[in-house]
Write a protein that binds this ligand. Structure first.
Ligand code: IMP
Ligand code: MG
Length: 173
């Protein structure tokens, strides 16, 4: 039996995302498009709220990767299950992820996208667990920095469950 306890409320998430969206809007020249690439499945809810707080210059695409299987620790293996639909060459790309933990997934994805010659590449993560980092990765936009807890909700799962929670919770087993 697993239980959850709220770590970050829905209201706090929404306020932080509105502020991140404002920051992103200010960081790019006003007449240039910004292409957001969400990492499925975890990044779907963050992406949905982020783009709704942005102007109509935003476009989006999705990639699906698998890094964890069903457990709670990183295998270090990243598999691309679904690639992008459109070319990112010459575009301002922002990779949108739920969480940066060891950094292995983002490290892999940043290299993969850089090789496709975007005009700029930045990364946005709702959460960061810096104490768990195994490789250094640059993340320009971070929603919240958290301690080393296994968290679920707002896109994040444990064995595919709890992605639907509108807040972030700590999972206790
Ligand atoms: P990393 O490669 O170790 O940085 O892990 C990245 C991926 O692991 C994330 O995109 C999540 O899918 C998953 N992950 C890492 N920490 C957590 C957590 O606390 N809860 C749920 N998923 C997590
Ligand atoms: Mg993920």
């Amino acid at each position: 039996m697993s239980t959850t306890s709220t770590l970050i409320t829905e209201a706090d998430i929404h306020a932080r995302i509105r502020s991140l969206a404002g920051e992103i809007e200010r960081d790019y020249p006003p007449n240039e498009g910004v292409h957001l690439v969400a990492v499925l499945k975890g990044g779907f809810m963050f992406m949905a709220d982020l783009v709704r707080a942005m102007s109509d210059r935003v476009t989006m695409d999705f990639m699906a990767v698998s890094s964890y299987g069903k457990g709670t620790s990183s295998s270090g293996q990243v598999r691309v299950l679904k690639d992008l639909d459109s070319n990112v060459e010459g575009r301002h790309v922002i990779l949108v992820e739920d969480i940066v933990d060891t950094g292995l997934t983002l490290h892999y994805l940043q290299d993969l996208l850089k090789a496709r010659a975007p005009k700029t590449l930045k990364t946005a993560c709702l959460l960061s667990k810096p104490s768990r980092r195994k490789v250094e990765v640059k993340v320009e936009y971070i929603g919240f920095t958290i301690e080393d807890h296994f968290v679920v909700g707002y896109g994040l799962d444990y064995a595919e469950k709890y992605r639907n929670l509108p807040y972030i919770a700590i999972l206790r087993q």
